[in-house]
Design a protein around this ligand. Structure first.
Ligand code: SF4
Length: 209
């Protein structure tokens, strides 16, 4: 499949999402941290878990473990227990060891070679915390693009070349951080699985709406 979008559609979508980045922005604590260890672990916690559930866990974690070594020295650490993700504790231990030994890389491939870091976490971390342009793709992003531009999606859509090209085309070269936050917050509050089309600024041009 190939999907062509016009520059007008691109501009319209980008602008609306960037405006929503102001309107629906949530000031979660990991968004303003200067501690990259905390920021990276927050992105790991956020994968497949709602931000509201992550917030208290993140607050406790960041207070207890200012550095990866503090986490490694705590033999009874169970950061992921309250999120119901016990199996991630081993991954976090591995990740903390890697960061303690080699620091945190900025290169995407190097990040993706670390324990528990897939392409979404690497892209989110780079674009939201390191100021490097990167394209975020997860099920929420697939959902809003599919709805707005009017194409069918399934579990494989995110891996298709044409879809990755579309996401790349839509992500702005400079204001990518604002755009990515807009996507995250808009798909959490308005274009959620049960969409609030009546309150949506994209309604006029959305194929689904
Ligand atoms: S109109 Fe509805 S489906 Fe379209 S982007 Fe808005 S919330 Fe999503």
């Amino acid at each position: 499949m190939e999907l062509q979008i016009t520059s007008k559609e691109n501009e319209y979508f980008r602008q609306k999402i960037q405006l929503s980045s102001v309107e629906y922005y949530s000031d979660f604590p990991w968004r303003s941290t200067g501690n990259m260890w905390h920021a990276l672990v927050a992105e790991v916690m956020l994968q497949r878990t709602k931000a509201e559930q992550v917030e208290p866990v993140y607050r406790a974690f960041s207070k207890l473990y200012p550095a990866p070594e503090d986490y490694l020295n705590d033999e009874g650490a169970h950061v992921f227990e309250s999120l119901g993700l016990h199996w991630r504790e081993k991954q976090l231990e591995k990740l903390a060891n890697e960061i303690s030994e080699n620091g945190i890389p900025v290169n995407k491939e190097d990040l993706m070679n670390m324990a528990g870091i897939g392409s979404y976490i690497a892209a989110a971390f780079r674009s939201l915390h390191l100021g490097r342009r990167d394209v975020i793709i997860d099920s929420n992003v697939v959902r809003i693009y599919g709805r707005f531009f009017g194409f069918e999606t399934d579990g494989e859509t995110r891996r298709k070349g044409w879809f990755i090209d579309l996401a790349d085309q839509l992500t702005p070269p400079r204001s990518f951080k604002k755009y990515n936050y807009g996507l995250i917050d808009f798909t959490r509050t308005i274009c959620k699985p049960d969409p609030a089309c009546n309150s949506c600024q994209l309604y006029r041009k959305c194929k689904y709406g």
